[in-house]
Write a protein that binds this ligand. Structure first.
Ligand code: PEP
Length: 251
């Protein structure tokens, strides 16, 4: 049985004090909710505040990105040990916004994944096709290339710390969601690709989140698909009630 996992990607939203307010609203809404991993990924500047605010709750902390080196002359960057010291246990890597606006390639994502694992972070690795890819029938080709490139060279133990987020680029922040059937089709394809890359046991145990305009009103249907093991939530994660409903739908 794969335990569902719901993560909130706050992107470049919320100052420290706003982040604390959001957590304060969220904690009572999730009181007593069990059987699901919940992760909040605020911007770097709010990590410490959120880390403190979630102490003693079942909520875990994640970052939205990191550098592959542990320290050094990389102005503006943040390393895995810096995240670990704030009690972050997850990091999102290869988000389509990082790939599009900051030129992150599969090789870069792979280097970051290895660095995250060597610092005992769980990596939430994002893959997904653009609308152009989908309309030209290239979804599977693109997703397979991203998986093989971003996750090259991992061993069985490494895979235990990998979560895949399938995020069709055309559904991110657009209000346009993949239908449950469209999402399930790609999730099943991703599981098959992991089986080919590693083996069927790893494929069966790897959690695959859906991301792309998931919200309280569509979460239940998406999350009831056999290969959808949770969600990576952008916009709806900025609203405590909406995010809490998604978490409950995942149980
Ligand atoms: C995301 O950016 O990971 C995401 C899924 O965003 P949204 O939910 O806003 O589409």
């Amino acid at each position: 049985m794969r335990k569902p996992i719901v993560a909130g990607n706050w992107k470049m939203n919320k100052t420290s004090s706003e982040a604390k307010d959001l957590v304060r609203q969220l904690v009572p809404l999730l009181d007593g909710v069990k059987g699901v991993d919940v992760v909040l990924c605020p911007p770097f500047t709010a990590l410490a505040a959120v880390s403190e605010a979630i102490t003693g709750t079942q909520i875990d902390l994640g970052a939205q990105n990191m550098h592959w080196e542990k320290s050094g002359a990389y102005t503006g960057e943040i390393s895995a040990p810096m995240l670990r010291e704030l009690y972050a246990h997850y990091v999102i890597l290869g988000h389509s916004e990082r790939r599009t606006y900051f030129g992150e390639t599969d090789d870069v994502v792979n280097t970051k994944v290895r660095a995250a694992l060597s610092s005992n972070l769980h990596a939430i690795v994002c893959v997904g096709e653009t609308l152009e890819h989908r309309e030209s029938g290239k979804t599977e080709q693109v997703v397979a290339e991203q998986l093989r490139g971003s996750l090259a060279g991992l061993n069985e133990n490494d895979w235990q710390h990998i979560i895949i987020a399938y995020e069709p680029v055309w559904a991110i922040g657009t209000g346009r969601t993949a239908s449950p059937e469209q999402a399930q089709e790609v999730h099943a394809f991703i599981r098959g690709t992991i089986s080919n890359m590693q083996d069927s046991a790893v494929a069966e145990s790897t959690r695959i989140q859906y991301g792309g305009s998931m919200k309280a009103s569509n979460a239940r249907e998406l999350l009831s698909q056999p290969d959808i093991d949770g969600g990576l939530i952008g916009g709806a994660a900025l609203d405590a009630a909406n995010f809490a409903e998604i978490v409950k739908a995942a149980v």
